[in-house]
Design a protein around this ligand. Structure first.
Ligand code: GLN
Length: 532
């Protein structure tokens, strides 16, 4: 049995300081020392999962292999470490309370009054400690900011875990902001002091402070922060702003964070090797050429809505030694704009996933433009659906081709709900979620790109290709290049008479990693560069 160590990451002052990336970077550092790591995100909001929230509210919903709809920070965990996240990697207050209430209804609490302490906190502790003894390090990121009412049960639970353990088995890392006030010409430590005070009030003395600032913290500021937060000078680590998030583990290590964690957890590193990561980051510094990709989406104004997509494009770019410049196009606008003008510098056009009818006709126009002008086209999930609809409408001549998601009228429905197709409502919220297999057809572009007969990709969608239209599509020049063998569902489409035109029903972006860029993105970027 392994003696598991815990690292808790909390945040103060304000949100969006990059707590997820900080936690992921700590995971990356600990893996480079040879330890096994898992990361858990605790989210204080009351939704059972973020699946029902608008991307405007929450950003991207990250999907795991086992079909959990989770917080986008899990994407960072998977991209920065070798962790494969699961249902058990993201706990919201809603899910914790749901469990507690179900237990109460079953009578599991034997006539007791059910209370936040101990019942809710015990449920949180059990979720965190599930992997104890099986892994070297459990990293826990507590969402929200210290001082939020909703976060209290989570902070209480992590306080109790620390209390139950030897001091060297639990570490509290607190991320704060040290703002620079222009008029005073000074970095200000007061918000950090207050934030630590708020933590101390609930019984948590942080062991390490990670201080976000626009510049490295000068010695006198570090000394001041240390003095007012009951810490030593060396426990204050500067987390300066950087352009490339993938550099953060390396910068943290340089700032001494790795050794500090080892010292506090009384751990001896088994190795110290981040070479491949370092080499990769080094490559990102020398990307000379650039390729522009147009992304036609509905939530395009909010960068977080397509987090994994942008990261996957970045990874694919680095693999081709190219910077990827994003041309973000609001799909509704395309109906009014001149397309030649909009896409004039773009080597490729991508329509990503999405829900709801708004923006659909703009996306269909973008597909048509890419198809007719032979510009590399990559359609992901909804982007594959719009590509099929466009082809049936404009090439095959079925003018009323549509998806059941967007029309109630008896048009030709090319996409139907799974339950209408196979007459069962078997997927949880009737979505197809998580990893499914796909058999690739030989002698297709898709097969050539993957170099595999069978692939596994993650899904998050409600509608499926209607098999009635398969032969019509194929007879008219579109190739169905991938199918799910269990249910015979169309997973990938492509055009032969085109430099690069692929649609996939799944979301490949969830599986792209810096050191293992996703082959579809690598190939798409290459084609986009070639065509320009
Ligand atoms: N709205 C479509 C569906 O539910 C596509 C979903 C997506 O792009 N993730 O099938």
């Amino acid at each position: 049995m392994t003696r598991t160590k815990y690292i808790f990451v909390t945040g103060g002052v304000l949100s969006s300081l990059g707590k997820g990336i900080a936690a992921a970077s700590i995971g990356n550092i600990m893996e480079s020392y040879g330890f096994t790591v898992t990361i858990i995100k605790l989210d204080p909001y009351l939704n059972v999962d973020p699946g029902t929230m608008s991307p405007f509210q929450h950003g991207e919903v990250y999907v795991t292999d086992d079909g959990a709809e989770t917080d986008l920070d899990l994407g960072h965990y998977e991209r920065f470490t070798s962790t494969i996240t699961t249902q058990k990697s993201n706990w919201t207050a809603g899910r914790i309370y749901d469990n507690v209430i179900q237990k109460e209804r079953r009578g599991d609490y034997l006539g007791k009054t059910v209370q936040v302490i101990p019942h809710v906190t015990d449920e949180i502790k059990a979720a965190i400690q599930e992997m104890e003894g099986k892994i070297d390090i459990i990293l826990v990121e507590v969402g929200g900011t210290v001082g939020d009412i909703e976060g209290l049960p989570f902070l209480e639970a992590i306080r109790q875990i620390g209390l139950d353990l030897e001091p060297e088995d639990a570490l509290y890392v607190h991320l704060t902001l040290v703002p620079y006030i222009k008029t005073a010409g000074e970095l200000k430590t007061k918000p950090t002091q207050h934030s630590v005070k708020a933590l101390l009030e609930i019984g948590i003395q942080p062991d390490i402070l990670l201080c976000r600032a626009g510049m490295p913290l000068p010695e006198d500021i570090k000394k001041k922060v240390a003095l007012f937060t009951n810490l030593k000078y060396e426990d204050i680590v500067s987390a300066r702003d950087v352009d490339n998030i993938y550099e953060i583990p390396l910068i943290f290590k340089k700032e001494g964070l790795g050794n500090l964690i080892l010292k506090k957890l009384k751990l001896e590193k088994k190795k110290d090797n981040n070479e491949t990561w370092e080499d990769w980051v080094e490559r990102t510094r020398h990307l000379e050429d650039e390729v522009e990709i147009s992304i036609v989406g509905k939530y395009i104004k909010l960068y977080d809505s397509y987090k994994s997509l942008f990261e996957a494009l970045y990874h694919g770019g680095v693999e081709n030694n190219l910077k990827v410049k994003l041309n973000l196009v609001e799909s509704d606008d395309l109906l009014k704009w001149n397309l030649d003008e909009t896409f004039k510098n773009s080597g490729g056009i991508l329509v990503p996933g999405g829900f709801g009818v708004r923006g659909i006709e703009g996306k269909i126009k973008a597909v048509e433009y890419a198809r007719v002008n032979k510009i590399p086209y990559f359609g992901i999930c909804l982007g594959m659906q719009t590509a099929s609809i466009e082809y049936l409408r404009n090439v095959v001549g079925i003018k009323d081709a549509h998806s059941a998601e967007f029309t109630k009228s008896p048009k030709k429905k090319v996409f139907l709900k799974l339950k209408e197709l196979i007459n069962v409502e078997e997927m949880g919220h009737n979505m197809r979620l998580g990893e499914f297999s796909c058999i690739l057809k030989k002698n297709t572009l898709s097969h050539k790109i993957y170099q595999k007969d069978k692939i596994f990709e993650r899904h998050r969608h409600r509608y499926e290709f209607n098999p009635e239209f398969e032969s019509i599509l194929e007879e008219n020049g579109m190739t169905i290049s991938g199918k799910n063998p269990e249910r015979d569902l169309v997973e990938m489409i492509e055009l032969q008479d085109h430099p690069w035109f692929i649609g996939c029903q799944f979301h490949p972006e969830f599986k792209s990693r810096p050191l293992q860029p996703h082959p579809l993105f690598v190939s798409f970027i290459k084609a986009a560069r070639g065509s320009f």
